[in-house]
Design a protein around this ligand. Structure first.
Ligand code: SF4
Ligand code: SF4
Length: 244
């Protein structure tokens, strides 16, 4: 009688979900290094306390309705310290989250959305290709916020970068003047900024961004954008009397 051979696969990570075709070109030690960076974040113990795998976060999550995405799987992978799966999620999944924090109703008092924030930041700081791709369409948004201190205006829609917004976004962006005349709210009458930010506030924001690692993160994902913002920022700070 023939004896069946049972394949046995050993993983360096005992809790790992085996994903043999996924990111095998990246060393386990590199994936572990990124996971250690996530865990070292000061917010991590508040965002991740274990997981009941109850799925309440999925039921509350708007992104889970539209994408192949589950905050439960991400929380579960973190609770099990599944380094391989976490690396995969850091590349493929975390950018589907809309950061609404509806998942904060977790009975275990986790914040899957907060955990995803950390995973994204680590992905950006380490220049993962997925983070560059995910943030490609936000160049103008980041530039606007970081040079004026205020948020986006409607003329910054980039339809090519957001195919999931549907066909209407192209029509809206191409005929923005018409839409602006048709829609009465005051805030839609401007294309430059949504409200005025005082110079004092702007300088304060520049100082925070300049001396924190925010600029390093931008450099990792877009060197050109980093250079432009840095120029604007340094000139304003020097004009305000700061020696950099
Ligand atoms: S993160 Fe919280 S809500 Fe989501 S599955 Fe785990 S215990 Fe349940
Ligand atoms: S923060 Fe992200 S994971 Fe949480 S409910 Fe919102 S979209 Fe879902």
């Amino acid at each position: 009688m023939a004896t069946a051979t049972i394949p046995i696969t050993f993983s360096k990570n005992p809790g790992a979900t085996l994903a043999p075709d996924s990111y095998t070109d990246v060393d386990y030690s590199e994936k572990l290094r990124l996971w250690e960076e996530v865990k070292a974040d000061i917010r991590f113990p508040d965002y991740m306390r274990g997981c009941y795998e109850c799925g309440i976060c999925v039921a509350a999550c708007p992104s889970a309705r539209f994408y192949d995405f589950s905050p439960r799987k991400i929380a579960q992978a973190a609770a099990r310290e599944d380094v391989e799966l976490i690396y995969e999620q850091m590349n493929d999944d975390v950018w589907q989250c809309s950061q609404c924090f509806s998942c904060d109703r977790c009975p275990r008092q986790n914040s899957p959305g907060g955990l995803i924030t950390i995973l994204r930041e680590v992905a950006v700081k380490n220049g993962l290709a997925s983070s560059r791709e995910a943030l490609e369409g936000y160049g103008r948004v980041v530039y606007k916020i970081m040079t004026t201190g205020t948020q986006v205006s409607p003329d910054m829609l980039q339809p090519d970068a957001f195919p999931d917004w549907g066909p209407d976004v192209r029509d809206v962006s191409e005929n923005l003047d018409l839409w602006r005349r048709a829609v009465p709210p005051e805030t839609l009458h401007t294309t430059s900024t949504s409200w005025e930010v005082s110079q004092e506030t702007l300088i304060e924001l520049y100082l925070i961004w300049y001396y924190s690692d925010v600029m390093d993160m931008i450099e990792e994902v877009d060197e050109g954008l980093h250079m432009i913002i840095l120029d604007v920022m340094e000139e304003a700070l020097e004009d305000a009397g700061y020696e950099l």
